[in-house]
Design a protein around this ligand. Sequence first.
Ligand SMILES: *[C@@H]1O[C@H](CO)[C@@H](O)[C@H](O)[C@H]1NC(C)=O
Ligand SMILES: *[C@@H]1O[C@H](CO)[C@@H](O)[C@H](O)[C@H]1NC(C)=O
Ligand SMILES: *[C@@H]1O[C@H](CO)[C@@H](O)[C@H](O)[C@H]1NC(C)=O
Length: 497
Amino acid sequence: MNKKIHKNMRGNKVEILSKLSLLVTMMIITMVKSSSLNYSDALTKSILFFEGQRSGPLPPSQRMKWRKDSALNDGSDIYMDMVGGYYDAGDNVKFNFPMAFTTTLLAWSVIEFGDLMGPDLQHAIEAIRWGTDYFLKATKSPNIVIGQVGDPNSDHGCWERPEDMDTSRKTYFVSQDRPGSEVSAEIAAALAASSIALNNIDSLYSNLLLDRAKLVFDFANNYRGSYNDSIGDGACPFYCDINGYMDELVWGAAWLYKASNDQSYLNFVKSNMQFIRSIDDFGWDSKDAGINILASQWAMKDPSNQNPFITNADNFICHLLPDSPNKRVTYSKGGLLFIPGPSNMQHVASYSFLLIVYARYMEANNKIVNCGDVVAKPYDLDNLAKTQVDYVLGNNPLGMSYMVGYGEKYPQKIHHRGSIIPSIDVYPGHIGCRDGDKYFQSETPNINVLTGAIVGGPADDDSFQDSRYNVSQSEPTTYINAPFVGVFAYFKQLNST
Ligand SMILES: *[C@@H]1O[C@H](CO)[C@@H](O)[C@H](O)[C@H]1NC(C)=O
Ligand SMILES: *[C@@H]1O[C@H](CO)[C@@H](O)[C@H](O)[C@H]1NC(C)=O
Ligand SMILES: *[C@@H]1O[C@H](CO)[C@@H](O)[C@H](O)[C@H]1NC(C)=O
């Protein structure tokens, strides 16, 4: 493949723009020939992973058979039904803040790339509904939002299958007196985004989600405060909201605008952009870059909305592209994007997603990005995302895939309770709090294959320990997989051309 960024060809802009679509198509075809990775397989598996994280009674359609019903009394401590939702990662807590972000990104994946998912679309929709059914329960009482279920300290003190849990399933909630604007506004975003994703499939349910999203957003906005304080040691240090809650309020409003077309939400977004701290971050804590990319879609169509969205989004892209003079991130020798902090793959996932979404918006609007004297076209963004996704699937110095069950060589000792301890099918007896330790400590691979799980990934020297003790490297999380669902769907085109 040729250079990742094309130098500005002065004076040729008009011609370049008119040929952009054709060029992108040709580039995609060029990519096919060099690609031996099976994105279609990766897509299927990335969605299947969510079945392994399911909490509550499992439906007959459950494909990941080694998992069974679990946590059937969640919510009973406060006389509510909080059964369902997703376990967050390798533990058995239902952290609603990252779970809502996961659901928002699953929905965004379907909104942008659902038309490319083929038979997997149905499973992606199911994965979204598994989240929204639970969030409808979490927001059932006006001005109360359930923030999480399961005491993380109690949970982390045991190594148990979800099916055996006897740890504290405490239900944490936020209210008018003890608000939680970040967790509430992210749930509003998830409900609004999902209402768009499900609109053609079940319009009644979609309307229900949108109506609820509006109420939950109002609650988040009218009673401001952080769940750091209201939920306290249930939230911190596990999913402490470091970045503040203004980004979630703006993000929630942006999704509500997209879902409802109600101008008041766009006004909210515009008048609160001054409180958004960065243009670069995007993940369960910070929604900053995502806000600009999302808003750029309508900003590109209305020049009066260019600032700050497009300016910010362009700068974000220039901070990422390897050949940009304004690059701020680092890449390993093997080519993987690195952002400081644990579970690096979460950033690889969310940034790759934003790259391809922005590339699509650019393409639809004949737009390019100027990074100093370097010009980036949609192809350059696609190509960067592709180098990331290819690294994840095996095109890396170790020649291994970081998705469990994909390819020949993949992580065998992931940090995940259900995956490590024998299934109920094999060992029906109760395995108590510390009885799972022997499986954790064993040198043998995990017993149950959590197909599709993408782990935290290698160190910045491209090395990988494949050790259950190395949580940052070997733990999968729902918010790593969710953006990749969209990314795999997009690159799946390469397999079918
Ligand atoms: C990709 O994987 C799917 C599912 O495993 C399989 O059916 C298909 O044949 C594979 N495609 C290629 C090109 O290997
Ligand atoms: C949440 O707590 C963390 C850690 O104490 C702190 O850095 C952050 O500012 C808090 N966020 C909010 C919104 O209060
Ligand atoms: C995880 O592995 C990386 C290098 O591969 C190492 O730098 C780090 O210290 C390890 N962490 C733990 C907790 O073992």
